[in-house]
Design a protein around this ligand. Structure first.
Ligand code: ZN
Length: 177
């Protein structure tokens, strides 16, 4: 929980070590069937995010209206030191998080975001994202700011979830032994 609630630091060296870390992050994300992963979630306090939103899986999700295939579907993205430079509109999505596997809830987000970032070679780029890509970017940028999506829910809901997590942890520790 501590690393998840700590702000990650800017990457300053775009070297081979960083590129290996980025590759590992994408592998971890794929292995856990996630659409996004922030470095904090793998215990590293660097401002690095991996995103890949498959078009097929998106369509199979329950309860969400199906979306047209967008340019960002099925593409692998790495955002280093990402900054949201513009945001507009409102969107609510049923969000989940690899760090809280049993929790899903609607979170208010901006519908459209412009993000500036660097790739793993230190090259600056900018993208404008909508739909699930916009939601995912905001969720992951929250992670590197030390904010978990539970903090974006209503206070009552957040309290309920935290109590549930606290209750569960001791049992899990025993089971893991
Ligand atoms: Zn998450």
């Amino acid at each position: 929980m501590k690393v998840l609630e700590t702000r990650a630091s800017e990457v300053t060296e775009f070297d081979e070590k960083l590129r290996t870390f980025v590759r590992d992050m994408h592998e971890t994300m794929d292995d856990s069937n996630g659409i996004g992963l922030a470095a904090n979630q793998v215990n590293s306090l660097q401002r690095v995010i991996a995103i890949r939103i498959p078009w097929q899986e998106r369509d199979q999700e329950e309860g969400e209206p199906s979306e047209d295939k967008k340019w960002w579907h099925d593409k692998r993205f790495t955002f280093i030191n990402p900054v949201i430079t513009k945001k507009s509109g409102k969107i609510k999505y049923m969000e989940g998080c690899l760090s809280f596997p049993e929790i899903f809830d609607y979170v208010d987000r901006a519908a459209l975001v412009t993000v500036e970032a660097f790739d793993e070679h230190g090259k600056k780029f900018e993208i404008e994202a909508d739909g699930l890509m916009a939601v995912c970017l905001q969720h992951e940028i929250d992670h590197i700011d030390g904010i978990v999506f539970i903090n974006r829910m209503s206070r009552l809901k957040a309290q309920m979830i935290r109590r549930k997590i606290q209750k569960r942890q001791p049992t899990e520790a025993v089971a893991a032994d």
